[in-house]
Write a protein that binds this ligand. Structure first.
Ligand code: R5P
Length: 310
């Protein structure tokens, strides 16, 4: 078995390697002067079960291209099976045509990964579960829920909690987490007038006096999150926390969140946290290394992965 890391999330790859008690495969992933990517796998991988750890996070296109080129290098080096381990799958939000003459970029990215030579894909908390169907190769969509639930149980008195979906599209995800901690569910009915902006319209459910936990897959600009937190506090919530898998945190998101009334945002290391994230007063990072490492081990040994989430 070989574990190869791209440059997107070296820390997570190293933590996964430590869990699996194997070294990262020696490989060079660097740039030529014109920024073309060059990859050299510096160990024999012939006949090996190879796992490439690479989130397609910012800079998305560079990290995606790195992933494709690493897969190509492994394929041409005769690896027996190649699994693209993509903890954060960028472009996932472009999973349908929002209007005429627009692309379905999530499908295009799935095609690129497949055609580069991946035999399997492992990812986490896909923006929409049906993106799995964009791949015609086996695709495991892991859930960060066990990691989140363990943390919630350690930190909160469960009886006064209310799980909240920050928009109607996230209800299924939030309900699944609410069920695991046996908490009621509320929904923020969000209307987004323009791309990149969000506007809270209504809260469905009585959040008065409750400690609310917002659950989402992605925090990007932070607009959805901060607006939802304001709406919940305006309706009498005692405090608002958030558990969100992928901390995309573009532009001024970290500043927006630290300046907000949000008590705490908990994200995972599916995307490597920046220095600003690490020092932010109300952002905490949970690691999914053990979960991903275990899923990789089970894949390598042809064991059940779904039973990790029972
Ligand atoms: C949208 O459907 C997603 O689940 C997130 O709610 C969204 O991507 C968050 O974006 P932002 O932080 O920019 O409001």
């Amino acid at each position: 078995m070989k574990l190869v890391a791209g440059n997107s999330n070296r820390a997570l790859a190293e933590a996964i390697a430590a869990y699996l008690a194997i070294p990262l495969t020696k490989a060079v992933v660097r740039r030529f002067a014109d920024m073309e990517i060059f990859v050299e796998i510096q160990e024999n991988v012939r006949g090996q079960d190879a796992f490439v750890v690479q989130s397609t996070s910012f800079p998305t296109n560079d990290h995606l291209m790195e992933l494709l080129i690493i897969i190509d290098a492994l394929r041409r080096a005769s690896a027996k099976r190649i699994t693209a381990v993509v903890p954060y799958f960028g472009y996932a939000r472009q999973d349908r045509k929002p209007g005429p003459r627009t692309p379905i970029s999530a499908k295009l990215v799935a095609n690129l990964i497949t055609h580069a030579g991946a035999d399997r894909v492992m990812t986490m908390d896909l923006h929409a579960g049906q993106i799995q169907g964009f791949f015609d190769i086996p695709t495991d969509n892991l859930y960060s829920a066990p990691v989140m639930v363990r943390d919630i149980k350690e930190r909160f008195e469960l009886s006064n909690l209310m799980v909240v979906s920050p928009d109607v599209g996230g209800v299924v995800r939030a309900r699944a987490l609410a069920k695991r901690i046996d908490a009621p569910l509320a929904i923020v009915d969000k209307r987004r007038e323009r791309p990149g902006e969000s506007e809270v319209m209504n809260v469905i459910g009585d959040v008065k006096g409750r400690r609310c936990i917002l659950v989402d897959d992605i925090v990007d600009s932070g607009g959805t999150l901060v607006n939802a937190a304001d709406a919940l506090l305006a309706r009498g919530a005692s405090e608002v926390h958030a558990y969100i898998t992928h901390g995309v945190l573009s532009g001024g998101a970290v500043a927006r969140i630290t300046a907000s009334k949000l008590k705490e945002l908990v994200i995972t290391d599916s995307i490597q946290p920046t220095e600003a994230v690490r020092v932010a007063r109300n952002i905490r990072v949970l690691s999914v290394a053990t979960l991903m490492g275990e899923a990789i081990a089970r894949t390598a040994h042809e064991e059940s992965v779904s039973s990790l989430f029972d």
